[in-house]
Write a protein that binds this ligand. Sequence first.
Ligand code: URA
Length: 438
Amino acid sequence: MITMYELIEKTKHGAELSAEEINWFVAGYVSGSIPDYQASAWLMAVCFSSLSDKETTDLTMAMARSGDMMKPDLDKFCADKHSTGGVGDKTTLITAPIAASCGIYVPKMSGRGLGHTGGTIDKLEAIPGFNTSLSYSEFMSCVKNVGFAVAGQTGSLVPADKKLYALRNATATVDSIPLICSSIMSKKLATGADGIVLDVKVGDGAFMKTEEDAEKLARAMVSVGTLAGRKCSAVLTDMDQPLGMAVGNSLEVIEAIETLKGNAPADLREVSLTLAAEMLRLAGKGSFEECFAMAENALTSGKALETLRRMISAQGGDPNVTEDYSLFGKASHTLEVFSDKDGFINKISCEETGMISLKLGAGRKSKEASIDPTAGIIFDKKVGDFVHKGERLGTLYTSTECEINELGEEFRSIFRIEPSLSGEKKKIIKKVIKGIDI
Ligand code: URA
């Protein structure tokens, strides 16, 4: 007979669990027969002793099978994209319409954000009328008609992750590579995509602070996806400063629309096109360079913007937001923040940006909290720029009760401004990790 005590002991001492033992754990935890205190002890043992590749794959598969496994009945390649999370990351709103307008399907099940800034669902809900609570058939009909759709994850998809993630959050066991890998990949495998592109963020605003750890996580996820029979690749991207110039829900949707109109900040454009090109490459549309050119063409021709408009309309939103940004509603308070010295910007703290944005109302302090769609930050400067004393660093927006002047002071302090530029310019795309045979 398998016992939880024995599993905790084995993992604590680095002994490998069998697939049967892992299946037993996942089924028992979901059904409630394994209590939180024993599951927590096992999760902590994983944090210290890690899991082998085989155990990570077995855990991912057991979690994926804990709920519905979607099998989209589609006549074209179906790709998914997932980011490990960062500040100002609105790439789904750009890559999905680009990839869809190049002839593949992107059925995107997405989450809400907790902490920092909103998730993709929160961003889209900043669009008046936009509905993210679609039934499965409404979701698939939007995918078939438009090429992509974005909906909230249903409760029946990977219940094991829902329960385990909440427990990890409360027991300081989130930052373990096999646990992050199984959490993300179980959801990706359950949604049934043929190809999965993972955007693994590296830097002070990401789970993975070093390139070495990010690469370990990326390799683990690509390996699990490939073993599960999916085409898979991972792109390591910089998160040592916010991505693009906008942070906050409606502000990020507007920046995504501007990007699709050709007015993108360089970093956001490069990450979005790279991810879209990887999705197309996995679909067999050509070499990376050919797919990149195809993605670029979808952007410059306006095809991707048109696809986004059609998707907004198909999900009940007002497509005129792409032309009239006043439809998003306006923040009741704004504050411009100016530099108090001359110099080069050598650092913008991503983590602090996330915290300020949360306090402005753009993020969620608890699961139940509501989000202020108008809240956020627009940066005027990025790392590497020179700033003069008195020049604007950025603007804060909020319609929420908060100490905006204090937040302005905090905002000024997230910039490290020095007389000369330090270090080399960081590459925004650090590495692409490809699965076998693709
Ligand atoms: N995102 C997830 O979905 N799961 C994790 O464990 C970490 C990030």
